[in-house]
Design a protein around this ligand. Structure first.
Ligand code: NDP
Length: 287
């Protein structure tokens, strides 16, 4: 069976088009969603990500501002800036680009963000809401994965979902979201014994490991739906996922490519969160 390709670029473009319209309506009613991005140091990958975020904001009509701080900025100064942004009514979302330099406690910085402005969905308050199933700002990559599954028409109820990877930004939250859609969820990680025994039972497989093409065709069953979160740069410059796309696509019923699968959804969901945060922070009209 040749798999249906779940095209993240097309789905992300559709969503952005919808959002553009929504931002236009919000602006006409006097509310311009705003995002502040904080970047510390000179990490080239972080600079690229921040640039993409600014560009996407501009395309959708979302106000954005960038705060670039030197690599040796103190934790207190950084937290001071976050407090300032928490109190700025033009800013509805505050995003601190990770990773931060080693002398800064990432957890402390993320906790300084007002949970209502936490458009990355990493604040413990928002993580807790996700765990108990309350509505909240969802982390962008897991949220994007759920939209891909939804738009691909995948029914998750009662299905075996296997997630490889247990990070706080992908593996754990996507597992909770799959659970909330009534899948039976197994989470695998580096200490899992006999990984293939698990992956081969998956109706839906999410790979979020960071190991180039480690999921091979003999590790999955016929008809599996595969979401490949991995982004790995090979020595020859090629970008590949955690799944051996060419082999696995012959057995899967649907699969995301890398690039062009999960990647385009992540920034798109950041925009979604910024719009949602703006709507939630809108001061109710005093009539
Ligand atoms: P982390 O490095 O934080 O987590 C990787 C996870 O994989 C860990 O839980 C680790 O287990 C597990 N793991 C490592 N080796 C194995 C193995 N041999 N078998 C089973 N599990 C293993 O990565 P992230 O979750 O942050 O990212 C995962 C990938 O997704 C990366 O390639 C990253 O670049 C990509 N990514 C892509 C995004 C996008 O927008 N497209 C967004 C975010 C990430 P343990 O916990 O035991 O160490």
């Amino acid at each position: 069976m040749a798999a249906k390709i779940i095209d993240g670029k097309v789905i992300a473009a559709e969503l952005r088009e919808e959002m553009k319209g929504e931002v236009g309506e919000l602006k006409a009613s006097g509310l311009t969603p705003g995002l502040a991005v904080v970047i510390v140091g000179e990490n080239p990958a972080s600079k690229v990500y921040v640039g993409q975020k600014e560009k996407t904001c501009a395309n959708l009509g979302i106000y954005s501002e960038k705060h670039a701080l030197p690599a040796d900025v103190s934790e207190e100064e950084l937290i001071g800036l976050i407090h300032k942004l928490n109190g700025d009514p033009r800013v509805h979302g505050v995003l601190v680009q990770l990773p931060l330099p080693g002398h800064i406690d990432e957890g402390r910085v993320l906790e300084a963000i007002d949970p209502r402005k936490d458009v990355d969905g990493f604040h413990p308050v928002n993580v807790g809401k996700l765990v108990v199933g309350e509505e909240t700002l969802l982390p962008c990559t897991p949220h994007g994965i759920m939209i891909l599954l939804e738009r691909a028409g995948v029914d998750l109820k009662g299905k075996e979902a296997v997630v490889v990877g247990r990070s706080n930004i992908v593996g754990k939250p996507v597992s909770l979201l799959l659970l909330s859609r009534h899948a039976t969820v197994t989470i695998c990680h580096s200490r899992t014994r006999d990984l293939t025994a698990h992956t081969a039972s998956a109706d839906v497989l999410v790979a979020a490991v960071g190991k180039p093409e480690m999921i091979k065709a003999d590790m999955v069953k016929e008809g599996v739906v595969v979401i490949d979160v991995g982004v790995n740069r090979l020595e020859d410059g090629r970008l590949v996922g955690d799944v051996d796309f060419e082999g696995v696509k012959e057995k899967a019923s649907a699969i995301t490519p890398v690039p062009g699968g999960v990647g385009p959804m992540t920034i798109t969901m950041l925009m979604r969160n910024t719009i949602e945060a703006a709507k939630q922070q809108r001061v109710p009209l005093q009539l």
